[in-house]
Design a protein around this ligand. Structure first.
Ligand SMILES: [Zn+2]
Length: 359
């Protein structure tokens, strides 16, 4: 099956996009795309697993040109009206969303959106309600692993981790730690991340190069409150992405509930606007269960978004809205294959068990 993906990417998608077939596809319901920000100038991607969701400014411009020419970009407010069954959407509607609230969304992505005259729904965490900028904890952990000695040794009895890892095993340990650390509330998790730093023998200021005013700071730091307020004042919509971005399915009920409901309450308090949308962190089948869908509804959101299975013609349950996750390696025809729903239809037809066999 491995040969299928390049065949799709380099032969099938360009042919179908070039012939206009993709944009002639029809289907009820909008396509929703997920960005994670734009690579700032001066920042060289370090690792595909870390940077694979951020696109270049040129890729974003090209994608917006395509959507404006052949699809119908809708504003978040229109999408909300549609969710509340107050308004229909035009055919081939596309909503732009962007998760995590990294600084580059304000410094590098916003100018491109404004230049194109389009609006986007930005999902931010509770970290953007603070005056002090911080990193996403799981990215901080990944950077620690990159900076650590070749062989890692960790012992964290609180979450039942005792592990050694070298080379490519480090990634498996990181994935395991993301799950285990999601079982804790934000404060306990941050204390454990600090313990990990000490056990990896990294100095207290190890992350300083990632926090400066250069491209690295814009890549890794999240917006602080004044920056978030500037993003909101520019006409963009703001939604919740939980307080601290845990893998919600792993969290005990009280932690999951607080992450979901408090993020809405605190964002509304600081922005003075209703916060009607939630994006589940990570947003795949492993990180979201029925419990989280119920909690999102109970917490007063109008709708909530996954990060998989999107594209025109998808089913659109209000608390499990599918999205197209835009990645750095997507050429324009592949992007269109996903937005048009062609990729999802192909996958449902031929690869029912896994979304990772082709892209
Ligand atoms: Zn996220």
């Amino acid at each position: 099956m491995k040969l299928v993906s390049p065949f799709l990417k380099y032969v099938v998608y360009p042919y179908l996009a070039g012939s206009g077939y993709l944009r002639r596809r029809r289907g009820a319901g909008p396509a929703i795309v997920t960005y994670h920000g734009v690579l700032p100038p001066g920042y060289e991607p370090m690792d595909p697993a870390l940077d694979g969701s951020l696109v270049t400014p040129e890729a974003l411009r090209q994608q917006l040109r395509l959507l404006k020419a052949h699809y119908q970009l809708i504003a978040p407010a229109q999408f909300l009206q549609w969710c509340e069954a107050k308004q229909d959407l035009p055919p081939r509607s596309v909503l732009l969303t962007c998760d995590d609230g990294l600084q580059n969304t304000l410094t590098d992505m916003l100018p491109i959106l404004l230049e194109a005259g389009v609006t986007c729904l930005f999902f931010v965490t509770g970290a953007s309600l603070s005056d002090t900028p911080s990193m996403l904890w799981y990215e901080e952990l990944y950077l620690m692993f990159l900076a650590a000695p070749e062989t890692l040794s960790l012992e964290l009895s609180q979450i039942g981790v005792q592990a050694q890892a070298a080379g490519h095993e480090k990634r498996g340990l990181w994935v395991n730690l993301v799950k285990r650390l999601s079982q804790c509330d934000a404060a306990a998790r941050q204390a454990l991340v600090e313990q990990i730093r000490i056990q990896l023998r990294l100095p207290g200021d190890w992350s300083a190069p990632y926090r400066d005013a250069s491209g690295r700071g814009r890549r890794f730091l999240m917006l602080n409150l004044p920056e978030l307020q500037r993003l909101a004042a520019s006409g963009m919509s703001i939604g919740a992405h939980t307080l601290s971005h845990p893998m919600l399915s792993q969290a005990p009920p009280d932690v999951a509930w607080s992450e979901i409901s408090e993020s809405r309450r605190r964002l509304e308090q600081h922005l003075g606007e209703p916060v009607w949308a939630l994006a589940y962190p990570f947003g795949d089948a492993g990180s979201v269960t029925q419990r989280e869908l119920d909690m999102a509804a109970q917490a007063g959101f109008t709708c909530a978004f996954l990060n998989v299975d999107g594209g025109l013609g998808a089913e659109t349950p209000r608390f499990a809205l599918p999205r197209v996750h835009v990645t750095a390696d997507m050429a324009l025809p592949q992007f269109e294959a996903h937005v048009s729903g062609f990729y999802r239809a192909l996958r449902e037809r031929f690869w029912t068990n896994s979304s990772s066999e082709a892209s």
